[in-house]
Design a protein around this ligand. Structure first.
Ligand SMILES: Cc1ncc(COP(=O)(O)O)c(C=O)c1O
Length: 307
């Protein structure tokens, strides 16, 4: 089902949760989804619980039996790119009689198919990889069971006005035709960039699930079967000042929000998210596009040399 934005798709699913029920999400997810859940959970009296996906028992421990309705996960997690095991989460959630929704925006269906791994719903911000040209906002919800909840989501979409316009639908179809080649290209380039900068003297760490050193690499190998995508984060040595200096010094990579387009972007997440952000102040998030990988490496090198 198509929606006017990724958040409209997420909101339509959450709208189906009855008062008194529980929604569980990882501590770090796209901050727009978490802000929506935090604000609405107070008003609508459903219980929002955050869990730490790095702790093996954390999901199971956070579940309130009889109350749990939806567990919503995002993988890889923006902007640390931690990887959550979808199959393992689905087993725990189903045992509790609830449903698992996966925001797979960063891992589109060319690389990850959450329904095959046991998820009940998959959400995408189609604004990102599915469209790939940064010229529309759109959202997708996918399921493999047409049940009462699905019918209710359709009702909410229509009656709350979250439909996708005809022109955006046409643009999205155009973008989808090149998804496989775009994703393959940006995955190859991002891996090269991550490998190049992993041990660079001006950076503290490079976070990319395709790196063997990444804590989620083993799960990513199983779950991201056709590339690890174009999203990576670099922790610059120093703090916010140094990270911002590098971001402003880039000449090919553009400083802008959003991700998953043909052009490479950089973003200082902590500034975007504001004082409540838990993102490290020295973190720069890169969305690698389809430009020449050597040009991108040279661009980051020259920006780092200004430190
Ligand atoms: C992982 C993820 N999910 C959902 C969204 C929200 O999508 P939209 O901007 O289409 O509402 C975003 C947007 O950045 C995102 O990164």
């Amino acid at each position: 089902m198509l929606f006017a934005s990724g958040l409209a798709a997420a909101a339509a699913l959450f709208e189906t949760v009855e008062a008194g029920k529980q929604i569980v999400v990882p501590e770090v997810i796209y901050f727009g989804t978490l802000s929506w859940l935090r604000r609405v959970s107070e008003r609508r009296s459903f219980e929002l619980t955050l869990y730490d996906p790095r702790e093996p028992d954390s999901l199971a421990r956070s579940i309130k039996p009889g109350k749990l309705d939806i567990v919503w996960i995002e993988t890889p997690v923006n902007p640390t790119w931690d990887v959550i095991d979808i199959q393992a989460a689905a087993d725990i959630v189903h045992e509790a009689g609830a449903v698992l929704a996966v925001d797979s925006t960063v891992a589109p269906p060319v690389t990850t198919r959450p329904l095959d791994l046991g998820a009940d719903f998959v959400a995408h911000s189609a604004t990102k990889y599915l469209n790939g040209h940064s010229d529309l906002t759109a959202g997708v919800l996918v399921t493999n069971q047409i049940d009462d909840r699905w019918k209710e989501i359709r009702f909410i979409r229509e009656h709350a006005g979250g439909v996708l316009g005809a022109f955006e639908s046409w643009l999205l179809l155009r973008g989808l035709r090149t998804l496989a080649v775009r994703y393959s290209r940006c995955s190859d380039s991002a891996l090269r960039i991550a490998q190049h900068f992993e041990h660079h003297p001006a950076i503290d760490a490079c976070l990319y699930p395709g790196l063997e050193s990444h804590p989620g690499h083993e799960i990513a190998l199983r779950q991201m079967t056709n590339g690890f995508g174009g999203m990576l984060s670099i922790l610059i040595q120093g703090g916010a000042k140094e990270a911002l200096k590098v971001a402003t010094g880039l000449e090919v990579i553009v400083r802008a929000t959003s991700l998953g387009g043909v052009e490479s972007l950089v973003e200082h997440r902590a500034s975007i998210e504001g004082p409540e952000s838990t993102v490290p102040p020295n973190l720069l998030r890169f969305s690698i596009g389809i430009e020449d990988a050597d040009d991108l490496i040279r661009d980051i090198e020259q920006a780092l040399s200004s430190l």
